[in-house]
Design a protein around this ligand. Sequence first.
Ligand code: NAD
Ligand code: MLT
Length: 529
Amino acid sequence: MYKVLISDAIDEQGIDLLKETGEIEVIYQPDSTVKDYLEVVGGIHGWIIRSGTKVGNELLTRADNLRVIGRAGVGVDNVNLDTATLRGVIVMNTPTGNTNAATEQTMALMLAAARKIAPAHEALKEGRWDREKFLGRELRDKTLGIIGLGRIGQGVAKRAASFDMEILGYDPYLSDEQFDTLNINKTSLDDIFAHADVLTAHVPINEQTRNLIDAEAIAKMKDEVILVNCARGGVYNEEAVAEGLRSGKIGAIGFDVFAKEPLDPDHPFLEFDNAVLTPHLGASTREAKENVALDICKQVRDFLLHEKVKNAVNIPFADYGKLRQMEPYVDLGERLGLLQIARASGPVKEVYIRVSGEFDDIKPISLGVLKGLLGPVSGDKVNLMNAALLARQRNIRIQESYEYDDSGYTNLIEVTVVTDDGEKRASGSLFGKEHPRIVRIDEYHMDARPVGTVLMIRNNDVPGVIGNVGSFLGSRNINIAEYRLGRQEEGNAALAMVNLDGPLTQEDLASLEQEQNILNVQQVNFPPE
Ligand code: NAD
Ligand code: MLT
């Protein structure tokens, strides 16, 4: 039975969907404290959140069995993605379920700010019929600047166009063709600052977007500009915005999200009538809540029960399904990684992964290789999710390439590792689509099985060595399963891969290395086939 913790309120239909499987126990604890979560996270396999739960290092480190975090919504800034990735936890979101809700909220804030709806409403409720004070402005023929033209930014552009607004857009990750298709004028941030009557941002919060709109940017804007934020708190520098409201430079604001939520009671925005503020309600419609709850519960269910991945934000390859399709090759990559790390003397600086034959994707194989390479030397639990990140953290340079190979193998994976001592190469192939083989180590051709305990012995190519090795192992009561030999020319050093039925101790390995004509010995522990 899988356990899924739901720590923010979500629509019941989603919860029912999980329970109906009969294989998932739901722990529903919205709005509890970190202390409460610390008590349960150790036993959970899935965790569903909205923006209320902060999934930080401490919780993730305790969540030993956790495999998936599902965010009912878009922003995953409340999850420590690096730690989740390092721990092999997939983080998914529901990118589209609340797009329309947030788009409509943006339009509502824009209109409310332009027409002073909130203070007029307040005044009326207080008994004042003040028709002069709340003179508004129209959106028609005004210029709307949109920063970030993803799902919500585009939705806002479409609606604003029907209000006869002229639209200027800034999104460095969108191509000119996309701007043309959207019929939006592509421009620079400075141009938006200079010409927008209304400015709205629809970007994620990150190092580039935090304080994107600060005092300097506001100084470049038109007088009485209207600013809208229905994206993420922190994109606008709130002190600078408050100062703009105070000086009259900014005409009005419509904000749904804030750098610190909930808003402090002494937040400067609260003193202004021309600030329309909502408590992060962008996604709070019945429709959106149902959508995101159903979407995320289906995604978490499908991952836990069927390993299906949808909308993952932290997997290092676009198509998770491909990883499963390519599993035997990923496994061969991992075995080559294990072999190469055993042979490497000193820290690995560069890795070259070259494949040839029947592959249409190299990334999953490369992750397998990195997992094999880092597993034995990393203090972290290495998996396909975190291998690339761990390699980056160790400054290992990785190069992947497809190459034509005329050696006759239908598939071939070659892994070269570079250390201070130079480079070492090994190639493997999958025979009959399922049997891993090492076919080459440096200049030695061979046909060895990277399975279980394997001794790699380099020895002088003279008579009697195999017999000596056999006697040595026999004296330790260790059976030889296979003995595969490779050599270049008669009389040169030979290389053997010897599959054993059990491992040798470190002392025995050292003694074997002292035997006559043995040059060096390494023991590699491969997974079973
Ligand atoms: P999206 O990923 O579809 O779009 C984000 C866009 O921002 C992308 O096109 C990207 O290219 C662009 N971008 C990234 N960095 C940029 C930069 N430095 N400058 C300019 N553009 C940049 O996301 P979305 O679904 O449209 O959501 C947009 C934002 O709205 C997110 O922050 C999301 O968390 C937030 N959101 C808020 C609510 C709410 O309740 N208020 C609801 C849903 C989404
Ligand atoms: C989101 O990113 O999806 C929104 O902020 C809505 C929410 O809080 O769930």
